[in-house]
Write a protein that binds this ligand. Structure first.
Ligand SMILES: NC(=O)c1ccc[n+]([C@@H]2O[C@H](COP(=O)([O-])OP(=O)(O)OC[C@H]3O[C@@H](n4cnc5c(N)ncnc54)[C@H](O)[C@@H]3O)[C@@H](O)[C@H]2O)c1
Length: 334
């Protein structure tokens, strides 16, 4: 996701998709440095994006201290996210683009929040649907209430909590106008867990129910491998199908498609972050909504472990994601 995912994606409308390709395309940003502990990956990323050799680092701390970037992107796995985000926030970054899932524990997530708030750092989480033109239109249609009040949200393919649930929970919050979560009830599938260390050894697939302060309920299912979402309102339903490629509205008397011009959500996220630096406030994203979706992930896990409904705000149980995870080799060419 940092530099090479564009070579894996077959959908040209997603391009630019990687962080690096996004910064190159955005006329408000210059890509000045890169870091990876895999020297081969870092060198090819650096050469691909014309980053001077002296600005290719194996030590991200050195990179941040020496190049003093305005924006730091963190496209590691969640296990390494908090340490990099907190270091960047405490050492001069004005903004951070952090990949989802935000963190490997809810305690880390709160420390990231504190570091960003204390240092007035803008923060966008890479939950790309939040910045997608189609999902913006779907959200606006729900908000304007021409279909009546929103009653229920359904996600048909929640997936594993950190990898895909992070996207899904963020989207459910967006579609429900960021209403506060009051409780979650969930159960997870295969749960590889070291109960003594409180460590999750894999990213669990889960499903559950989310209740919101405004009375809306969201059902995060795994009943289809098609990535689809329904927003059921009093007088009609708006559905995102084909992983948000198309948006269909059903009312009693008519069915129509939303007219949406697809744009790169990565690029929209970067523009949104730059705008947040410009006027020191979040726009589409921000750290608060990032924390809110992360709380749902750990709320689901706590609900599974305690076999009970988890009422928000909940007391964290000290649970960590800690996989024995070797990164894949990136695809360097199309
Ligand atoms: N938003 C999206 O649509 C989207 C798509 C794909 C992946 N992702 C997310 O992006 C993240 C990365 O995914 P990926 O598939 O690129 O993972 P990856 O494991 O292939 O890449 C992570 C890279 O981080 C490097 N790294 C680890 N620790 C580091 C450190 N301390 N300093 C510098 N580099 C370090 C690794 O060497 C590796 O090259 C994940 O959290 C994933 O969920 C998001």
């Amino acid at each position: 996701m940092g530099a090479f995912i564009d070579n894996e994606s077959s959908n040209p409308k997603l391009s630019p998709y990687s962080h690096a390709a996004g910064y190159i395309k955005c006329e408000r940003t210059d890509l000045i440095a890169c870091s990876d502990i895999r020297t081969d990956v870092m060198k090819i990323a650096g050469d691909t994006y014309n980053i001077q050799e002296k600005n290719q680092y194996t030590d991200y701390k050195k990179m941040i201290l020496e190049t003093k970037p305005d924006i730091v992107s963190v496209a590691t796995q969640p296990e390494q996210r908090a340490e990099v985000v907190i270091f960047a926030a405490n050492n001069g970054a004005k903004a951070i683009y952090a990949e989802k899932a935000m963190s490997a524990s809810i305690e880390d997530c709160y420390e990231m929040y504190d570091a960003c708030i204390k240092n007035n750092v803008s923060f966008n989480l890479g939950t790309n649907r939040r910045y997608d033109s189609g999902f913006n239109s779907m959200t606006n249609l729900i908000k304007e209430e021409s279909l009546g009040k929103l009653k229920t949200l359904v996600a048909y393919c929640t997936g594993s909590l950190f990898n895909m649930g992070s996207h899904n929970f963020d989207l459910l919050l967006k579609l429900n106008s960021e209403s506060k979560v009051t409780s979650v009830t969930a159960n997870l599938g295969e749960f590889i867990w070291d109960s003594e260390l409180k460590e999750l050894k894999s990213d669990p697939i889960g499903q559950g129910v989310i209740e919101f302060e405004n009375g809306v309920k969201a059902y995060a299912f795994n009943i289809s491998n098609k990535t689809k979402w329904d927003a059921i309102c009093e007088n009609g339903v708006v559905s995102a199908i084909d992983n948000g490629g198309n948006f269909i509205v059903h009312t009693k008397n008519k069915k129509y498609e939303l007219d949406v011009e697809k744009k790169s959500s990565t690029l929209s996220l970067i523009y949104d972050l730059v705008r947040s630096i410009d006027d020191s406030r979040p726009h589409l994203g921000g750290i608060k909504v990032a924390v809110a979706s992360t709380e749902i992930i750990f709320g689901f896990i706590q609900s599974h472990i305690t076999h009970s409904q988890v009422t928000f705000p909940y007391k964290p149980l000290g649970i960590n994601l800690n996989r024995n995870f070797a990164p894949r080799m990136p695809k360097y060419n199309k």
